[in-house]
Write a protein that binds this ligand. Structure first.
Ligand code: CMX
Length: 435
């Protein structure tokens, strides 16, 4: 058994006992209530689910097992060639609650390398799709095609007992994460680089190998990937990609089926696709004006045009956050360090100066501040990756770490099939008459 799995095998019974005790002593206490407004309004702020891997505070931002993004950047092992944390480390942290050692991270890199072979039929499935199919549809399809490899599904058919669920969810998760870089890179190269694929480099870590197979071999791009794949991994359990993965998994659908479903949610423009929309918005507007960096007046006019046209300003606002997303700030710091003179970075900075005031004047968005998606594209463009339709796939590779770590815990804790109660408007009309 791998060190990580052994650690989990040790941690799970303790957590099961703790939860058993909490439920026995406090099971009747009210955690959250739901008003009629909340029932119609996307169930905001109703505490009704448990997710172990991370917790979001509306003012402070995300904490992974208690660690903020700056703390993760400081405490998680860095790759020897740079300063950014390796995503292997945050996966370990999310699963075990412990910061791994350098050796533990290297062990995980090695284990993912050994599990990384993608079956040929997955590439054939991708090749059967039109080359201009959206990369997120390709990504979700490839994850589904990988499902033939599910050990969880095979063991379920053989009649595995409940206590083994987490163990096979773990095996599927490890295989799946190991294979995602090659799948993601294959989609990129077939869609944008005439199908000229690049073989994996077995000397690289998980992020470095993805950078290499995408065709970006600079040290700085590898560092960007390490940061990017770390900070996009998880945002507690209620966001669309995490909640969908959890919900589908609750039917004991295996990790492949669950992740593919989660990725379909990530592909929505109000969620992960916003990173593509930000760049599309910026490119279209620059092209219209014929300038690289517009004046403040031109920018503000474009922001108002978007709002007056009934569209959202992509990359701004959030369902939970009420301040600038620390994931935005981490990327801004990366840009200040590596590309301070980049014209697109300057434009992203100008939007940061103007958009919040305009959104406040517009008076609708509860949070006028930028989220993670407002910044990621400009970093990728700087290194030459300007195919913005692809960006959400990179978000998805990272998001897999968090949602699958949670899925393992879901099975370890025996969480049941999810089935909230719904009511009709007729029912509500009767209810308010009597209330
Ligand atoms: N631009 C214009 N209008 C906005 C807005 C924005 N960036 N953000 C919110 N609003 C509007 C909403 O559309 C809503 O309008 P209606 O009353 O007409 O329906 C109103 O303000 C209130 O919305 P809210 O309560 O502030 O925001 P929600 O919790 O409903 O939605 C989010 C959150 C992220 C979907 C929304 O802010 C948005 O659409 N932002 C732009 C898309 C985006 O960047 N998404 C990425 C989020 C991060 C991620 O998941 O990756």
């Amino acid at each position: 058994m791998s060190t990580l799995k052994a650690k989990l095998a040790n941690a799970i019974p303790k957590m099961q006992d703790e939860i058993k005790q909490i439920r026995a002593e406090h099971g009747e206490k009210i955690l959250g209530t739901c008003t009629i407004d909340q029932a119609y309004g996307g169930i905001r702020d109703v505490s009704c689910m448990v997710t172990e891997t991370s917790l979001l505070d509306k003012f402070e931002g995300i904490r992974f097992r208690g660690l903020s993004i700056p703390e993760c950047q400081q405490q998680l092992p860095h790759h020897p060639e740079g300063e950014e944390p390796q995503p292997e480390g945050i996966f370990w942290l999310m699963l075990t609650g412990e910061v791994p050692t350098r050796e533990e991270v290297d062990g995980l890199t090695q284990e993912w390398r050994e599990r990384s072979t993608v079956p040929a039929h997955v590439f054939k499935t991708l090749d059967a799709l039109p080359v201009d199919a959206h990369p997120m549809m390709q990504f979700s399809t490839a994850i589904l095609a990988l499902q033939t490899e599910s050990k969880f599904a095979a063991k379920y058919r053989e009649g595995m007992p409940k206590k083994e669920y987490w163990s096979w969810a773990f095996e599927d998760t490890m295989d799946l994460i190991a294979r995602l870089p090659q799948v993601a890179a294959y989609i990129y190269r077939r869609t944008y680089k005439n199908g000229e694929h690049i073989a994996p480099d077995p000397t690289q870590d998980w992020s470095g190998n993805l950078a290499h197979m995408l065709g970006y071999d600079s040290r700085e791009f590898r560092e960007l990937m390490r940061l990017y794949l770390t900070i996009h991994c998880d945002h507690e359990g209620g966001n669309v990609s995490a909640h969908t993965t959890h919900l589908v998994g609750s039917a004991l659908s295996d990790p492949y089926l669950s992740l593919s479903a989660g990725m379909n949610g990530l592909a929505g423009p109000l969620h992960g696709l916003a990173n593509q929309e930000v760049l599309r918005w910026v490119f279209e507007f620059r092209e219209k004006l014929g300038v690289d960096v517009p004046s403040k007046e031109q920018l503000e006019a474009a922001l108002w045009d978007t709002l007056n046209g009934g569209q959202v300003i992509p990359g701004y606002g959030h369902a939970v956050l009420r301040k600038t997303d620390p994931r935005y700030m981490a990327q801004r710091e990366f840009a200040q360090k590596h590309l301070p003179e980049d014209p697109l970075f300057k434009l992203v900075g100008m939007i940061f100066e103007s958009a919040p005031d305009i959104l406040l004047k517009h008076g609708k968005a509860k949070n006028p501040w930028p989220n993670v998606d407002a910044h990621s594209g400009c970093l990728l463009v700087h290194y030459g990756m300007d195919e913005y339709d692809y960006y959400t796939v990179l978000f998805g590779v990272s998001r897999a770490l968090g949602v699958l770590a949670s899925l393992i815990w879901d099975r370890a804790l025996g969480l049941p099939i999810e089935r909230p109660k719904t009511v009709t408007t007729e029912w509500i009309k009767e209810f308010v008459k009597q209330a």
